[in-house]
Design a protein around this ligand. Sequence first.
Ligand code: C5J
Length: 225
Amino acid sequence: MNLPQTIEIQAEPYAYELKPGRCALLIIDMQRDFLEPGGFGEMLGNDVSQLRRTIEPNQRLLAAWRAAGMTVIHTREGHRPDLTDLPPAKRIRGRSLTCIGDPGPMGRILVRGQAGHDIIPELYPLPTEPVIDKPGKGAFFATDLHAILQNLGITQLVVTGVTTEVCVNTTVREANDRGYDCLVPSDCVGSYFPEFQEMGLKMIKAQGGIFGWVTHSDSIHAALR
Ligand code: C5J
């Protein structure tokens, strides 16, 4: 697809100047254990329908990015099978009877290589799309994401995925401190908690876009057309 060098997208707090050659779609943690009925997220008592509504808009955005030949990167939250990269504080946080690394409904919970840790089939990465395995909430912590983005000449990120207030927000903040302009489409990010969804988005765009911009994916599609 032949796109102009800069495309203006309606966003808050003001229009976002998307540069197709420099903008990657970064899809955060769309993993089976967080999104699928019967997974770890639901086992903890969460309503996975709050996250599943993001699947279709993410599929449409992913298709648009692929059709335009723009960079797509996926992340997965999880740990080595021997759990040597799992801080003890993270393992015991929440005082749950079932912790990260324990057997769960879809294999060992948040362990790399297990079924529940993998990305949902609806958004499965192509072999050409980097997948960042991250041990933390932020996608930059203890990963090679920043190096990959720099090598690709990426300066802008459209950040989608789950959950809005945890891994999406942490990643947007990390990216902002590293000089990336982040745009978050509200319908492509999800939280188990509606109030956190609302506040998580407000925090990004507040104070003149202190961490970035917020839009709806319809505005991105309209601009790409
Ligand atoms: C959480 C995430 N919520 N991907 N992970 O633990 O947001």
